[in-house]
Design a protein around this ligand. Structure first.
Ligand code: PLP
Length: 452
């Protein structure tokens, strides 16, 4: 049995972008205790008393028998997102044409950034939607290294997402610095391992808040404090925590952050990413991709670059309006549900999954790769198995369960509190059990898949 109490400083009134009505305040929620429960009857009971159960009906379930556990990679389509696309394509593009830039498109990335801000403990004017997470990381890491000259080290860890490592290494090399990757393998306390790697030569520490493979989640405030003690800057990648874990960048005094919007925020495939720069840092950091959208007077078409003020200067070029606008749909649901209730349900789902794993899957060779303590994990569970890849394909092709596979041997199950139920978890576990007990062999060519 485990208990967890969370509170969030991100509380605040929020306005529904479509209806304009005020949405409820986010409250502190007592998450524990969690008795060790599993099984069909428990799933039904937990779903019956789930305060967020009604949100499921807002999402598209074209095949009611399909169990989708990949919302940590690509969130489901909500009907509001579909109607936003329809409005933008038919009316704003079709009828209004170029006039729509002045009707709201030009500032949309700022407006949506401001609506995302309370979710990560940021103030208005500290967040924009812009480019991809990789590009935003490049921009912020470069800005950070330029702001800490004479410090030759960038530090990350081996739980970070590969694109982050690639970008950080490239940026470090371009500035004559080294990227040091802290090994967390077998470390009981990754924060302690990280701490020993920090010194006065460190310019930047960049980490994933929630690790994409294991789901391990850092204490953001504690690590930020350690980084500031050595005079370095920190960049948090919030891709796997935003929308499911309370985040308080402002309270922690965090410097910089980036993150995806197509995961638990349900922004849609390829929806642009967000970028956070603490207000007090904005005048001292420069965007290395000096495009016209970051110019003080973009429509003067001056041949000399002059950066604009504030968060807007971290823009570079034209935004993909359609997929930018769909981010609003996700934010509406997340704000209405409230991050603390989402966290409570997320913990309930992951806890239920772990209990079912223990009861049914452990003896079939599945190992839990996610922390047992719900306070140390996000909203996905990773199980390793020697036949993980074949099991993944069999689940998708034959059992109507969609997890994802992360090499070399991880099955990842994203539990999205807005639309996943405890019954989803129970049914998925039963189907995994069935696939493995009958002997994994499927009739499709498992080598012919690009996206795993
Ligand atoms: C933690 C993390 N960071 C970054 C990325 C990459 O984001 P993008 O493709 O938008 O650059 C991903 C993609 O899944 C991710 O999981």
């Amino acid at each position: 049995m485990s208990a967890l109490v969370i509170s969030s400083d991100t509380a605040g009134a929020y306005e529904d972008a479509v209806t304009g009505r005020s949405l409820p305040e986010m409250n502190t929620v007592d998450l524990g205790p969690f008795p060790s429960i599993s099984g069909f009857d428990s799933a039904i009971e937990l779903d019956r008393t789930d305060p967020l159960a009604g949100f499921r009906a807002r999402y598209t379930f074209s095949d009611p028998d399909l169990i989708y556990l990949d919302g940590n990679s690509l969130g489901r389509l909500s009907s509001v997102a579909a109607s936003i696309v329809d409005r933008i394509v038919r009316h704003e593009w079709g009828d209004r044409l170029i006039r729509s830039w002045n009707d709201g498109w030009w500032d949309l990335q700022i407006d949506i950034g401001n609506r995302l801000a309370p979710l990560i403990g940021a103030d208005p004017g500290e967040v924009i939607i812009s480019d991809s997470t990789s590009v935003n990381l490049y921009k912020l890491a470069t800005a950070a290294l330029r702001a800490r000259p004479g410090r030759p080290r960038v530090v990350t860890d081996d739980t970070n997402f590969p694109t982050d490592i690639y970008v950080l290494r490239g940026v470090a090399e371009a500035h004559g610095a080294n990227l040091d990757i802290v090994s967390t393998e077998g470390e009981p306390d990754p924060v302690a391992a990280l701490e020993t790697a920090l010194d006065g030569g460190t310019a930047l520490v960049s980490l994933s808040h929630t690790a994409f493979k294991s789901g391990f989640t850092y204490d953001l405030a504690r690590v930020t404090e350690l980084v500031h003690e050595i005079g370095a800057l920190v960049i948090w990648d919030l891709s796997h925590s935003v929308g499911v874990v309370p985040i308080d960048l402002g309270g922690a005094g965090a410097d910089l952050a980036v993150g995806c919007t197509y995961k638990y925020l349900n922004g849609g495939p390829g929806s642009p990413a967000f970028l956070y720069v603490r207000g007090s840092l904005q005048s001292s950091l420069e965007n290395p991709i000096t495009g016209w959208w970051g110019h003080a007077e973009p429509f003067e078409f001056d041949l000399d670059f002059r950066p604009t003020d504030g968060i807007r200067k971290f823009h570079s070029g034209t935004m993909p309006v359609i997929s930018l606008a769909t981010i609003d749909a996700g934010l509406i649901d997340v704000a209405e549900a409230g991050i603390d209730r989402l966290r409570a349900k997320s913990v309930s789902l992951t806890e239920f999954f772990v209990n079912e794993w223990e009861e049914h899957l452990e003896r079939l060779g599945f190992e839990l790769r996610t922390p047992r303590d719900p306070g140390l994990r996000g909203s996905h569970i990773s199980l390793s198995h020697p036949d993980a890849w074949t099991i993944d394909r069999a689940l998708i092709e034959e059992a109507k369960v969609i997890p994802d596979f992360r090499a070399p041997d991880n099955l990842r199950f994203g539990l999205a509190p807005l639309y996943n139920s405890h019954l989803d978890v129970h049914t998925a576990i039963q189907r995994i059990k069935m696939i493995v007990e009958r002997g994994v062999s499927i009739g499709v060519d498992v080598s012919k898949v690009t996206v795993t």
